[in-house]
Ligand binder design. Sequence first.
Ligand code: MN
Length: 228
Amino acid sequence: MNYVIDAPEVPSLPVRGSGQLFPIHRIYCVGRNYAEHAREMGHDPDREPPFFFQKNPDTIVPDGGEFPYPDKSSNVHFEMELVVALSKGGKDIAEADALDHVYGYALGLDMTRRDLQGEAKKMGRPWEIGKAFEHAAPCGDVIPVSRIGHPASGRIWLNVNGQLRQEGDINQLIWNIPETISCLSGLFTLAPGDLIYTGTPAGVGPIDRGDVMNGGVDGMGEITIRVT
Ligand code: MN
């Protein structure tokens, strides 16, 4: 290729147990997808249509990596989430076909500059500065469907420094995975390599430099990220 500058690297995640990599196209996130979390953020968890935002693919941090405390914030929150990794894309994907588009699943942290997100909400501004900053998307290995199937229930949890901070069950998702893929594909053309962070259970809170975040979903192992 005859690029005028060096082409950026394709961000990727290890595929568990294979030595291969999953290349990342886009990162989509679902907002308020567990009722208890919607309530703790001051919202009515009625089943309104899901809403979405994006993170930048080059903000991925792998399992075991470091999350440098970001600039311009004094209230950075963890959000432990189940992540869906797509092998196929498309538009207007039917719920009944949605799971055929999934390559695998991963454990993610939707790191959030809550103070900047709060100001943006108040002023009707976009959320990028609160959600899409450097290192904002820690994510563990992608576990192929061929190894774990399609998890629909199981405890999701996050410890900080060994203390339980978030707990729920992925069967509490207000919009389940087929519904989420179907709805998102009506708004964006999905593609192989897309990741979808499916939302966080209740208990979100702040972290500090030196903290160790460690979370998981039953049957999927754990992710550990150190705040530096
Ligand atoms: Mn989130």
